[in-house]
Design a protein around this ligand. Sequence first.
Ligand SMILES: [Zn+2]
Length: 657
Amino acid sequence: MMMTGVLAITAGCGQKKSDFKYLLDEFADLKVMRYQIPGWDELTLQQKEYAYHLAEAAKWGRDIHWDQNCKWNLPIRHTVENILNNYKGDRTTKEFDQFTVYAKRLFFANGIHHHYAEDKFFPECSQDYFKSLMVAVGEGDKSAELLDVIYNPDILQQRRSTSTDGDIVVLSAGNFYEGVTRAEVEKYYESIEDKTDETPIAYGLNTKVTKDKDGNIVEIPWKIDGMYGPAIAKICGELKLAAACAENDIQKRALGLLVKYYETGDLKIWDEFNIEWVKDTIGTVDFINGFIEDYNDPLGRKGAWEGYVNIKDHKASERSVILSANAQWFEDHSPVDPRFKKKECKGISAKVINAVCLAGDSYPSTPIGINLPNADWIRKQYGSKSVTIANITHAYDYAAQESPTSTLDEFAWDEAEKSFYREWGSWADEIHTDLHECLGHGSGQLLPGVSTTAMGEYASALEEARADLFGLYFTADPKMVELGIMPNKDAYKAEYANYIRNGLMVQFTRVELGRPNTEAHMQNRKLIAEWCYEKGAKDNVIEKKVRDGKTYFVVNDYEKLRDLFAQLLAEIQRIKSEGDYEAGKYLIETYAVNIDPALHKEVKERYEALNLKPYGGFINPDIVPVEKGGKIVDYKVVYNDDYLKQQLDYGRKYGAL
Ligand SMILES: [Zn+2]
């Protein structure tokens, strides 16, 4: 049953054909989903074993991230786990339900602060009730201290303080600094940083800053015999097992360096690891493991612990290879003036991956694209890896379709439009993005003497429009079916209808009422949709309909809409190639900026009534070794559907601190 879902995707159909359920749970402002791992069964046993140990290494870092977020997080989690696992009282009451919601939020945020807003959130059940639960599981003695941390609004207010007048180091509840002020920390790093070094280490990335008993500033390193030692030892153990079954020597060397770094805390070795890691572009299995992003630190130094294991999506990566290989064909057939076409055109092929395990800072809330390493000098000298994560994007799409309310249901005109989008929309949208990224931006050329900065402040919106139009035009081309990229000659219509609906209405849900449309991508979409609506009006290409006081925009003629896309692409290419600033300005100011106030208000109201959860996160599938006669013969993927159970299992299995 679950396999059908995997096959449906890898077989090249975007539509959801199985009853694999993506959306698992919704509470507060959060939703929890799950994802599939297409391509897992095509891995060799060795690759599976490699991915398995990398995933184990990722999960062993969980407690580190909890403690980094706030030093009270682990004690609170342990208590909450104890209650969920052992409370024998009535679990059907409203208050127990409120307690459970708090627990789910705690697990989602990896601590007591909201994962995104970073403010402390509170249980809806009373403090007395929470205390009674603690007493019931034998933790009454801890209740005064822990419940004050949980309920008192005046302490530990923000994980990373955004205060403009207070000391952001002192006020942050995160566990990167203790007993030190911002000025002391800054002075300390000032004193040890070598500003002349052109290949500087990431000073302070893997330490906590505090004072010794004599009042001197000291750094406590996060390493195998330092802070977080027990968790790091487990991580290293799994990394060594992974190295033994790596796909190639680069991966082996990289893992060896990573272990050495965890053993020594030496940031020079961390850089050496990253340089090796960037070089591995041939392997199918890849990973992130370490103290990575510094957003959680008010001073932007300390790396949040993160783990990520992924495999290359050969099918999707291959699609971008096919597009790139045919770049010249697309350039030659693009509907723009031949003077503005490139004589020699090369596409860009992007790597597409599928997540296998999310951990630490990437779990449950996770990015849909990754670009690492962070050190500027390594990026310049050795490059970086930039990837999009296909299975996570898919899961978002499918989960949105499973939700009882959706923008599609609210803003699409009729059932035919909705079901057609459900069948092909996700697929067609992805192809459009591929065309935009692989070919759109790289197409066309400037006339001799025209400056690359000629379009001034309108440059990015116009450039996005150019790439989008290139994609829209070719999404509908028979060539796409011929190349085996588009499944049939009509699927593009799902993307067209969606693009117009979004450009003319849905996207304004994100703009504050009374404000103009200012973000470049949103301007681009409004420009295209609005221009086509106006120019196609005499032929009724896009029709504005009103039903029960609600506005809809319906595409009546897809062929003509494609012609309009072609005309606008030709015009925007001309504007760019000739550097016609005034014409570019005219397009943006006429079509992209001003939102009809009545429509804007209507859209906002309709959206709010949908009550959609703004933040999403995922649970991981389990990777389970299959034994036969004392030997591991396979690793199979098991898709769980219980969010709380996974959190409690992780607490039992990977509780290192
Ligand atoms: Zn773009």
